[in-house]
Design a protein around this ligand. Sequence first.
Ligand SMILES: [Zn+2]
Length: 87
Amino acid sequence: MKCTNCGQENRSALKFCKKCGLDLTLPPAWFPDWRWHIKTLSWIYLVLIALFFALSYILHKLPPPYAQRRIPDEMTPWLNPHKVPAK
Ligand SMILES: [Zn+2]
């Protein structure tokens, strides 16, 4: 890469010209400002919130889980010790 100031041929890995010291690094083509960050972050959060509600809605539309049958009291006497059925 040739220095634009003095014409010295420099290795492309160099950050400064070895002859005149000119900064050879290219400035970024676009640097986002705080407004861009706020806009982008708010979009990300809005999408996440919308996804959460959409997913929650879809999950609530699903049928309930397998109906839990009531376990007979005879099988769990420790859960209600004062209502043990007579033998
Ligand atoms: Zn130079």
